[in-house]
Design a protein around this ligand. Structure first.
Ligand code: KDO
Length: 340
């Protein structure tokens, strides 16, 4: 067959061959590009409306701008990928790249971290950020990397934990919580905090708390107020008691398995995006926390203020007399207290 002649004088058959070749090349490049993207699977028990869930989208969007096409960020909320507390093991096995770790998760493997699981140690969000963004954080994150194979990219303020009771009760001091089945996440470090508050701690995963409160298998739970709102615990409780017992922190962590494969520029981009996510969370959460008491009152809950000094004294004494305090590095508590 004689090839027809195009206006450009290029034989159509040759043009088609070029087109096919170019398309194939394009596809191959696209494929290689897609393959080169670093898989970043994120798992968290956080509910979609909570700030530490939304912040992952902030991180993803920032990475999309600063490192386009380099990361494949997959966000799983509501503990739909790994159950609460199982994330560090999943990371060690190479099944997960990122999560938020609590001080309680870390204390299982880095015992000195239990200092941050003790009530009334960190004073407020500003104190928390100073402690973790300074030399204390640096030293402790080194230990986390060595012992857990996880690099901490950013600390974040999770909020100040308050008591939230299913039924109204006069709570002034820890003695008033005697016999109250207080739900705590399922590890001995968490249960100890519940005990130190004077209650009967009952382990339960975050995702089961709503039903536990509704059915009465638990009498109370503790969480920061923005989470009481976003997880809708206020629908199944009648009282909030402002114990303020734990100014809680979470850490955005990445597995060292992934971290080691990144070049310096990618590390910088990922750290920058994680820090932007943490700042977003902190800003939104603090603003939200300030309006929460009014919000819950409007929802018909009673919001009470106990004798916080009595709680502080009792919780601090319980911790200082416990085995936990025995592994706290000498002088660390004083250094934390002295951080301003
Ligand atoms: C909870 O289970 O009470 C807790 O607040 C513990 C935190 O460390 C963290 O795991 C949090 O749940 C989840 O992110 C859900 O908000």
């Amino acid at each position: 067959m004689t090839p027809s002649i195009s206006r450009s004088n290029t034989p159509v058959i040759r043009r088609r061959t070029w087109l096919t070749l170019a398309t194939a090349l394009g596809l191959a490049t696209h494929h290689a590009f897609a393959q080169a993207r670093q898989l970043l699977r994120i798992s968290t028990p956080a509910v979609p409306d909570d700030w530490h869930a939304r912040m992952w989208t902030v991180m993803k969007e920032q990475l999309g701008k600063t490192a386009p096409g380099q990361f494949d960020v997959q966000i799983s909320l509501n503990a739909s990928l790994f159950k609460q507390g199982a994330e560090p093991v999943a990371m060690a096995r190479g099944n997960l790249e990122m999560t938020t770790l609590s001080a309680f998760d870390i204390a299982k493997l880095v015992p000195e971290f239990s200092i941050f699981t003790a009530g009334y140690v960190i004073r407020d969000p500003a104190h928390l950020m100073k402690v973790f963004n300074g030399p204390i954080g640096e030293e402790l994150f080194k230990r986390v990397s060595e012992k857990m194979d996880i690099t901490v990219l950013a600390p974040l303020y999770y909020g100040t934990r308050q008591l939230n009771l299913r039924e109204r009760r006069n709570v002034r001091t820890p003695a008033d919580l005697k016999g109250v089945k207080l739900r705590m996440p399922g590890s001995k470090e968490w249960l100890f905090l519940g005990e130190a508050l004077g209650a009967t701690p009952t382990p339960l995963a975050f995702g089961e708390v709503y039903l536990g409160l509704r059915t009465g298998t638990i009498d109370a739970q503790d969480n920061p107020l923005p989470t009481v709102k976003s997880a809708k615990f206020y629908e199944v409780t009648q009282q909030i008691t402002l114990t303020g017992h734990l100014v809680d922190v979470l850490f955005i962590g990445v597995s060292n398995k992934l971290w080691a494969t990144l070049n310096a520029e990618q590390k910088g981009r990922l750290q920058g995006a994680a820090q932007a996510a943490a700042s977003y969370n902190n800003e939104k959460r603090i603003a939200d926390e300030n309006q929460m008491v009014d919000y819950f009152k409007r929802q018909g809950l009673s919001v009470t203020t106990p004798d916080v000094d009595a709680f502080r004294k009792s919780v601090q004494t319980t911790y200082l007399q416990s085995d936990y305090a025995k592994v706290w590095p000498k002088g660390l508590l004083d250094r934390i207290n002295a951080t301003r």
